[in-house]
Design a protein around this ligand. Structure first.
Ligand SMILES: O=C(CO)COP(=O)(O)O
Length: 251
C-alpha cells in the first residue's frame, strides 16, 4: 500500500486550550499504518502538542521557520528551536507566506536546505494563481517553484521532501481543482522531479494536493494516480473532519 500523508494546516487559529482538546480527540482515533497524520500548528502551541503527541500516530509540524540557526532576527523561530522541542516537520513557502511575508523561491530553498540540515522534514508548498492558470502558465510556475525549492538537495533529501501542490485560487474558496486537474499537475510535478533526479526518486516523493479539501472530496482526490495526500486548511480544524480525512488515506 502506498504511503499517504494528511497534514492539517491550522494557519492562525485556535487557543492553546482548543489545540489541546483537538489533540485529545484526534490522537486515540489516528489510524497509523500507511497513513501519516500531521498537525501544523502555531509556534506557541508546539511544545504542548509535541508532548501530547508522544507515542501516538500524530506528528507535529511548524508552519514556517527561519533558515538561520540563531541571530538578530526579531520575531523569528529557528530550525534548531523546532528540533529542540521535538517538532519533526515544517511547512515551507505556503502561498500565504509568499504573498504576505515576501517569501521567495530563494528563501524557500534556503529553508528547505536548513530543514534537512536540522533533521526536519519539509512540506514545500507550490501553486499557481488563477491568472497564471488562465494564461496556461501553471506548469511553468509550479515546475519552476519545485526546481528552485529542491536546488542543491541530495537525491536522498529530495526523496524525503513532501511537496504540497496548492493552487492559490482553490485555497479557502470552496473551489477545489477537479481531481483530474489536480492529478495532472501532481503528475507533471513528478516528471519535473524525475528530470532533476531520476524516475525512481520521483516515484518516492509524496505529493499532496491542497485547496478546499474536505471529507466529501478526499476519496476522489486520493484515488488519483499521483496524489499521495492532502494539505488541509479549514477542514482540519475540527477533530471529526480531520479524523475522517486521515481515515480516507487507509482505504
Ligand atoms: O492553504 C491550505 C492548506 O495549507 C488550504 O486551505 P483550505 O483547505 O482552507 O482551502
Amino acid at each position: 500500500m502506498r504511503k499517504v500523508i494528511i497534514a492539517g494546516n491550522w494557519k492562525m487559529n485556535k487557543t492553546l486550550a482548543e489545540a489541546s482538546d483537538f489533540m485529545d480527540a484526534v490522537i486515540p482515533k489516528a489510524p497509523g499504518g500507511n497513513t501519516e497524520a500531521i498537525v501544523c500548528a502555531p509556534f506557541v502551541h508546539l511544545p504542548a502538542l509535541v508532548e501530547k503527541a508522544k507515542g501516538s500516530n500524530v506528528k507535529v509540524a511548524a508552519q514556517n521557520m527561519h533558515f538561520e540557526e540563531s541571530g538578530a532576527y526579531t520575531g523569528e523561530v529557528s530550525p534548531t528551536m523546532l528540533t529542540d522541542i521535538g517538532v519533526t516537520h515544517v511547512v515551507i513557502g505556503h502561498s500565504e507566506r509568499r504573498e504576505y511575508y515576501a517569501e521567495t523561491d530563494e528563501s524557500v530553498n534556503q529553508k528547505t536546505k536548513a530543514a534537512f540540515a536540522h533533521g526536519l522534514t519539509p512540506i514545500v508548498c507550490v501553486g499557481e494563481t488563477l491568472e497564471q492558470r488562465e494564461a496556461n502558465e501553471t506548469m511553468d510556475v509550479v515546475g519552476g517553484q519545485v526546481k528552485k525549492a529542491l536546488a542543491g538537495l541530495s537525491d536522498e533529501q529530495v526523496t524525503q521532501t513532501i511537496i504540497a501542490y496548492e493552487p492559490i485560487w482553490a485555497i479557502g474558496t470552496g473551489k477545489t481543482a477537479s481531481s483530474e486537474d489536480a492529478n495532472e499537475v501532481c503528475a507533471k510535478t513528478r516528471k519535473v522531479i524525475a528530470e532533476i533526479t531520476s524516475g525512481d526518486i520521483a516515484d518516492q516523493v509524496v505529493i499532496q494536493y491542497g485547496g478546499s479539501v474536505k471529507p466529501a472530496n478526499i476519496d476522489e482526490l486520493l484515488s488519483q494516480s499521483d496524489i499521495d495526500g492532502a494539505l488541509v486548511g479549514g477542514a482540519s480544524l475540527e477533530p471529526e473532519s480531520f479524523v475522517q480525512l486521515v481515515e480516507a488515506g487507509t482505504k
